[in-house]
Write a protein that binds this ligand. Sequence first.
Ligand SMILES: C[S@@+](CC[C@H](N)C(=O)[O-])C[C@H]1O[C@@H](n2cnc3c(N)ncnc32)[C@H](O)[C@@H]1O
Length: 505
Amino acid sequence: MNLIKEVNRLKEAKAIKDKSYKSNLLAFIQEQEEDLLSILQDKEYKEDKRSFAELFLDAAKYDAKYADMMLELYLTEENEKVRKKIMVGIGKLKDAKYNDFLSKHLPHEDSPYVKIAIIDALGKIGFTKWTDSDIAQSKEENGIGRALQKAIRRTHQLEDIRLERPLGKYYLYAYPGLENFVIEELPNSITNAKKVAPGCISIDANQTDFIEKLRTITSDFYCHDAIEQDIDELIEKGIVHIMQMKPTVYKNTLFRLSIPKQSTQKEYVSKTTQLSKLIEQKFSWKNSPSNYDVEIQIKKHTKGQYVFLWRDRRWSKVKRNLNPIPASMNPSVAAALSLLVQRKINENRQGEDQINILDPCCGAGTLLYELSHIDLPENTNIFGQDISKKHLKACKKNIKNTTPTIQVQTGDMEQLHQSFSKHYFDVIITNLPFGIRLKSQQSNNQLYAKFAKNIDQVLKPSGFAVLYTADYKALELAFKPYDGNLTKINTIFAGSLPVSLFVYE
Ligand SMILES: C[S@@+](CC[C@H](N)C(=O)[O-])C[C@H]1O[C@@H](n2cnc3c(N)ncnc32)[C@H](O)[C@@H]1O
């Protein structure tokens, strides 16, 4: 058999997503394992080695023994291109069991090229045990430094490479409707928080850790100073002035820039390019719209001024790359609702009893993920369920490494009483389906009515539910027959749709 020809055929089948690719790949590797390995183990480098290694690593998705074979090969392989290929493939497996191997061999890898691939792989897998030396190196302006920065950021250890924030006046930008959450979450020492426009809060701050505390609800935006009215003047001095007041930032920081709408698209592009170049020259930053650390937005303020919004993605503790489903909620809103739960638990809680929380239609798990990032009592159990297996698959990926562990299962929100014992939950929190119910033409009115009946059964009399829906009428109707109080807390504009937030208790 001509191995190269067969490998190319398999590659093509993979590219066109041929359904028989997996079985053909496994059959081919099983049959030709010996020949392929003998070429791979040959000391002399041949171009085909990389393709063969790639094939084994693809097969490792279905059988881990092939990954082990490639790691063994890594130890003896002299060619850096092949070693790199192996590390890229191992990273794609995203399996924590390879962390030990990768972190052990990282310091001994001589090729910077392969070192970067190992760091990327560790980042993809979600490695968290970075050493002080890794963190120190992450500040260096070279490929390894940047790879480390990216990988460490992925695994939430950003606090360790914290930047300095300037003191002064802040305008925090939240989603309209979430301002109250922001203000309530501010530390007591900051008493002068004011709503100044929808979604915008002004604060005179003499301490900076509040931004850290507010992380997602402010969507990491803050702006510093309202600036001159004239966008051209902005190019000349406004942006430079503001950039100079910004926190110390690394050279080569990747950024993207957006400015207010201009009269023509051409003008927009030309102004944005001009501004970006200026930033690149003045601060040695790099314009990188698809993969950026800092997003700079220049927006029109209600008072006709321009405001400068700055979103530093390196500050967020929460990974932004959750796998979404089309109905996924905004993570900032999910964070705000989780904070509401936290506050209410602390208010209501007496003693050290176990606390059970459920999201009965959790979708991709945005709420579950955010709930696992807030301070909840130690003996808290978080549960999620959804009627859709596909949504639960995305959810399982999203909550894979969270603590506390979240238990998820398929289930119908109309049948909660069958899955859980009576009065089991202290908190039910959910982003309800807004439209026609999945798999059935049942309307919201019917769905919500059955859900309300179930809540009444599985929620403790002392418990509460946080419910988020665009169909507020159906929700109000559904809870009418029950004794508890349904209170509308807020309307949030997280997308184009006004969504109501209720608490039932
Ligand atoms: C608005 S989405 C939730 C989105 C989720 N918060 C997120 O961010 O990914 C509503 C979810 O309700 C689920 N759903 C619809 N009918 C259901 C039912 N009867 N029981 C349980 N889940 C249901 C849908 O599959 C969908 O995932």
